[in-house]
Design a protein around this ligand. Structure first.
Ligand SMILES: Nc1nc2c(ncn2[C@@H]2O[C@H](COP(=O)(O)OP(=O)(O)OP(=O)(O)O)[C@@H](O)[C@H]2O)c(=O)[nH]1
Ligand SMILES: [Mg+2]
Length: 426
């Protein structure tokens, strides 16, 4: 029975999110298991004192040792990596390739400590240099050396104001399309807009608290995704099971999410929305990536429900939700449900809807436009071509265009695609 997750936190954003996520699950665990939480010094002296963290191994890849939070929670820290200066190519080559052997040694040592490794989880932004470039390099490395182990990316997309973001994101996505088994994407711009909408009139939320609030939302998303390493569940599903169900075919592996209730996470307040209200909130309009839900067709969906409600009510609401989604003709029933009694902190009931479908093309098309706008003006090109061949820009853009075409083609046809299916886990 696979169980351990090795999470690779890459770059500043990866580290901040990894920290917010670990804090979230430790606090939550303390509510349900008050006697089992070890102190910081117990953790330092005895690694196995981490009750669920023994199944959740963290490796940090950072270019600065001064800002590392909670050292004791990491199985390994690599903190002397050269800065990638917002540049995918520098991150891939200078921060990645030139340290490849050292990275492989560290990852292999941790992997050998696992009884039955479930997956690698790469947490990073694909806007910055290290997260996108080193992230791409590590994904390649894992694919070469651990081909049997599922590779899951949890990738933050750059907000509109992050100038070189579109270059780095498109270059990284070429690698993820090729080497990742599943990619959960979250869009900083969508988060900023959701926060703005939910905080009008709240004087405590301002630009400087945005990252904290954004990371709380992301942490809670990751916490839902990884419930199975902490709780039994009435209907439990491991991260690998959820991910392989969401990706019926390789190279169509981009998952978006909608979460409810979101205002309680943002405003840090107790929320007691009804089950119907919660289900009404998890639409594409509230997605954590900006999507247009017009004519959406889904290849697969999954719902992670947490909290106390009768199975009958959950099932009735799930059926209602399912009926509002147009599923692809050859996969009409792919709407998986995971159920956990343990709700998130301060929230009695919550739901996370995960979707893989053609509405992601609306985001990809806006990313392509942002990329082209930069590329046509030849902005920043020379800082990339110091490290890579310029043809990589056009091949990465082609990879994005082909991905969009695959999403369109495979959500239109009634027949099952002819390329080989990933092994489905029911
Ligand atoms: N949600 C969220 N986004 C962040 C955070 N920190 C940085 N980002 C975003 O990540 C992108 C920049 O990536 P970073 O992670 O800072 O960069 P890096 O990977 O360390 O790489 P370099 O600094 O370029 O070497 C931008 O889109 C930032 O807005 C964070 O704590 N939370
Ligand atoms: Mg950085």
């Amino acid at each position: 029975m696979p169980k351990e997750i090795i999470s690779l936190e890459i770059g500043k954003c990866g580290h901040e999110i990894g920290t917010a996520f670990t804090n979230n699950i430790i606090q939550e665990w303390a509510v349900y298991n008050p006697l089992e939480i070890p102190t910081e010094s117990e953790r330092k002296s005895n690694e196995s004192a981490n009750p669920f963290l023994s199944d959740f191994k963290k490796i940090l890849f950072s270019s600065s040792s001064s800002e590392i939070h909670q050292r004791s929670l990491y199985s390994s820290i690599i903190s002397d990596i050269p800065e990638a200066s917002h540049n995918w190519a520098k991150g891939y080559l200078q921060s990645g390739q030139s340290h490849g052997e050292e990275f492989l040694d560290k990852i292999t040592t941790i992997a050998e400590q696992c009884e039955s490794l479930d997956n690698f989880l790469l947490i990073h932004s694909i806007g910055g240099g290290l997260g996108s470039g080193l992230g791409s390099f590590l994904l390649n490395l894992l694919s070469d050396h651990f081909p049997e182990i599922f590779r899951i990316n949890f990738s933050v997309l750059p907000e509109n104001s992050y100038e070189v973001g579109p270059y780095n994101a498109v270059l990284a996505m070429k690698e993820m399309t090729e080497y990742a088994d599943c990619v959960y994407q979250i869009d900083n711009q969508a988060l900023l807009d959701i926060i703005k909408k939910n905080t009008e009139g709240n004087p405590e939320i301002n630009a400087s608290t945005n990252y904290i609030t954004m990371n709380n939302i992301i942490a809670s998303y990751l916490s839902d995704l990884t419930c199975s390493i902490r709780y039994q569940g009435l209907l439990g599903m491991s991260l690998k099971e959820i991910s392989s169900n969401l990706v019926p075919f390789p190279n169509l592996q981009y998952v978006s999410a909608a979460k409810a209730p979101i205002s309680s996470i943002i405003n840090n307040i107790h929320d007691d929305k009804s089950l119907v209200q919660i289900f009404n909130e998890i639409t594409d309009e509230n997605s954590l990536i900006k999507l247009s839900s017009k004519n959406s067709v889904y290849l697969a969906n999954a719902l992670i429900f947490r909290g106390n409600a009768t199975i009958y009510d959950i099932q009735a609401n799930t059926n209602r939700l399912k009926n509002s989604h147009k599923m692809v003709g050859w996969n009409p029933e792919n709407f998986k449900l995971a159920l956990y009694n343990e709700s998130p902190l301060h929230i009695p009931i919550s739901a996370l809807k995960l979707s893989n479908g053609n509405s992601i093309n609306s985001y990809f098309s806006s990313l392509k436009q942002r990329f082209l706008k930069l590329h046509k003006k030849k902005s920043f090109i020379s800082s990339y071509t110091q490290y890579m061949d310029s043809s990589l820009f056009s091949s990465s853009l082609s990879s994005l265009e082909e991905l969009m075409e695959r999403y369109t083609a495979n959500t239109q046809q009634l027949e099952e695609p002819t390329f080989s299916r990933l092994k489905m886990i029911v």
